[in-house]
Design a protein around this ligand. Structure first.
Ligand SMILES: Cc1cc2nc3c(=O)[nH]c(=O)nc-3n(C[C@H](O)[C@H](O)[C@H](O)COP(=O)(O)OP(=O)(O)OC[C@H]3O[C@@H](n4cnc5c(N)ncnc54)[C@H](O)[C@@H]3O)c2cc1C
Length: 514
């Protein structure tokens, strides 16, 4: 089935144990902070119900019933490309994108791979369990997240060698007739407040001595023993004011939770790995490949917005024709498109090396794409902050703008290029501030003058005569002899009188031959 937004919202009133900013939350849908992320996650249910996006997001199961395409297993490059298109569309449509069908569906895809490998090698029935669970998700159109990252404790120690306790990695503490009992905690888990279910996977390869940690299962987030500790909100301002002051983060945060599993019971039909440590590597690698495809799609929306904001602010400030600005914009466009193209090529040339009926994004291409955005993101932000100027951090707030006594001054003095409404410039600066960071970062770039100003000084003050003399001397071009440093230097050829070279060697350099 494809749920409506109303059905989805109703399902979140499920008695889950969740805290935010030190307070117990009785209903995530009405909480002043959490409701923002619930609204963003609802886009997952808006898009498939819209006629213009239905063909992309909706497919049919073998009984002909409508189901969400992201809950199917990718079998061909075309499936991966369609999955990518769903992610990109979701991210472009809403600030958060496809929140409750990204990590979870990536975990589901990875479980399909590991189950098939384990069944083949061990004769288990994990594939049947995964497919039954998939059907449940499809039939009920559940919102899912992926809980992979363990809290890990001392990073230099393996799970069973930890000193203070044994629960730094989620583990099985009891095996019963009907299921297992698990204990531990997963950290930074996105979309937990807005998901119905969590798919829990190991975050690393485990050895035999750590087999109790080689564990994969699915659980409803309102199961007894589960406690969700939400991270503090990035912005504490919501509604119209939040949208003006924090256009991105006001709808996005907090999504992450520390999920505590206080002896949680999981029935066997929802267990997809239990102590088969040899296969934890397959599962961790498969998840990483699928999830990096989502990561690159998520970044396309972000990078397009950052590059677009840089172009727009250059235009609003009247510096769009400056060569140093155009050079930075060209670089930003290159990074944005490189990430997109590498992600696309990962789908077109997928990995099939597990020999199963599923395809995974090409490992080289998808890791190169993820690495490209992760290693260049701070430079992207720096360029945007640089082009925007110091106003990106000293920009007035919604309350300033709406104060009739001071608005005329803002209107008059914070305008720039003729024809651009001041409000647009202020809103854009708020977006730059919201997306690229805090006072310290922008103050560091623009306090005491912007970087282009320092470049002018540097260019104007550099001792080009010295540098050119060095190059001329090295290239044997006359014109360095008068330089006070290089002109005084002695030539070793002239100064050091060596005995004559023995010319009987075959290898004698041509320059020594008479
Ligand atoms: C906003 C956000 C959302 C996230 N969402 C999710 C989610 O939905 N689901 C999920 O499962 N996870 C999620 N994560 C977790 C993410 O995958 C981890 O943050 C990441 O894997 C790093 O783990 P860590 O935070 O524990 O850092 P650490 O593992 O402590 O890493 C810190 C540094 O230590 C190094 N290091 C760690 N261990 C070793 C070692 N043994 N030897 C050498 N170097 C080491 C690392 O390379 C790194 O440089 C999210 C994270 C963030 C920030």
């Amino acid at each position: 089935m494809i749920r409506t937004v109303e059905q989805y919202l109703e399902s979140l009133d499920d008695g889950r144990q969740i805290w935010c900013m030190g307070e117990k939350v009785s209903d995530v849908r009405t909480h002043p902070t959490l409701s923002g992320i619930i609204r963003t996650a609802s886009m997952d249910y808006v898009l498939p119900n819209r006629p213009e996006f239905r063909d992309l997001f909706v497919t049919q199961d073998e009984e002909g019933e409508d189901i969400n395409f992201l809950l199917t297993s990718p079998k061909t490059p075309e499936d991966l490309l369609r999955r990518r298109e769903c992610f990109i569309t979701g991210v472009r449509a809403g600030a958060g994108g496809i929140l409750v069908h990204c990590m979870g569906s990536d975990a589901l895809a990875a479980l399909t791979v590991s189950a098939q490998v384990m069944d083949k090698e061990l004769g288990t029935d994990y594939s049947e369990r995964v497919e039954n669970y998939r059907k449940l998700l499809q039939k009920q159109d559940l919102a899912i997240t992926g809980a992979i990252t363990d809290v890990k404790g001392d990073r230099s120690l393996r799970p069973s060698k930890q000193k203070q306790h044994k629960d730094y990695y989620l583990r099985v503490v009891d095996k019963q007739k009907d299921g297992i009992v698990v204990r531990g905690a997963k950290v930074h888990i996105s979309a937990s407040p807005c998901a119905n279910e969590a798919l829990c996977l190991p975050c690393r390869t485990h050895g035999e001595e750590d087999k109790e940690y080689a564990l994969a299962f699915a659980t409803p987030l309102n199961a007894p023993g589960i406690k969700l500790l939400a991270v503090e909100p990035v912005s504490r301002t919501y509604g119209e004011e939040g949208e003006f002051d924090y256009p991105r983060t006001s709808t996005l945060q907090p999504t992450e939770c520390l999920i505590v599993f206080d002896d949680v019971f999981v029935p066997w039909e929802r267990v997809f790995m239990c102590e088969e440590w040899q296969f934890s590597r397959v599962l961790a690698y498969a998840f990483a490949s699928y999830h990096r495809l989502f990561g690159t799609c998520k970044m396309i929306g972000k990078l397009e917005t950052i590059t677009g904001a840089a172009a727009l602010v250059a235009d609003y400030n009247g510096v769009d024709k400056a060569p140093h600005v155009q050079k930075k914009l060209a670089w930003m466009a290159m990074i944005t498109e490189s990430v997109a193209l590498l992600g696309k090529s990962a789908c077109l040339d997928p990995t099939t090396d597990f020999g199963q009926d599923v395809v995974m994004p090409n490992r080289m291409a998808i890791n190169a794409s993820k690495y490209t955005f992760a290693s260049n993101f701070h430079q992207m932000c720096q360029h945007l902050q640089d082009i925007a100027g110091g106003l990106a951090t000293t920009v007035p707030t919604f309350r300033d703008w709406n104060n009739a006594e001071i608005q005329p001054y803002i209107e008059k003095y914070l305008s720039a290029k003729d024809g651009i409404p001041t409000e647009h410039r202020v809103r854009l600066m708020r977006l730059v501030k919201d997306m690229t960071g805090n006072f310290y970062q922008i103050d560091t770039i623009h306090g005491e003058g912007s970087m282009a100003a320092q470049e002018m000084f540097l260019y104007g003050s550099a001792d080009w005569y010295k540098y050119k003399s060095a190059a001329k001397r090295a290239a044997n071009i006359a014109g360095w002899q008068e330089h006070p440093i290089y002109g005084k230097l002695l030539s070793e050829i002239e100064e050091v009188k060596m005995p004559a070279v023995d010319e009987s060697y075959k290898s004698i350099p041509i320059t020594f031959k008479k």
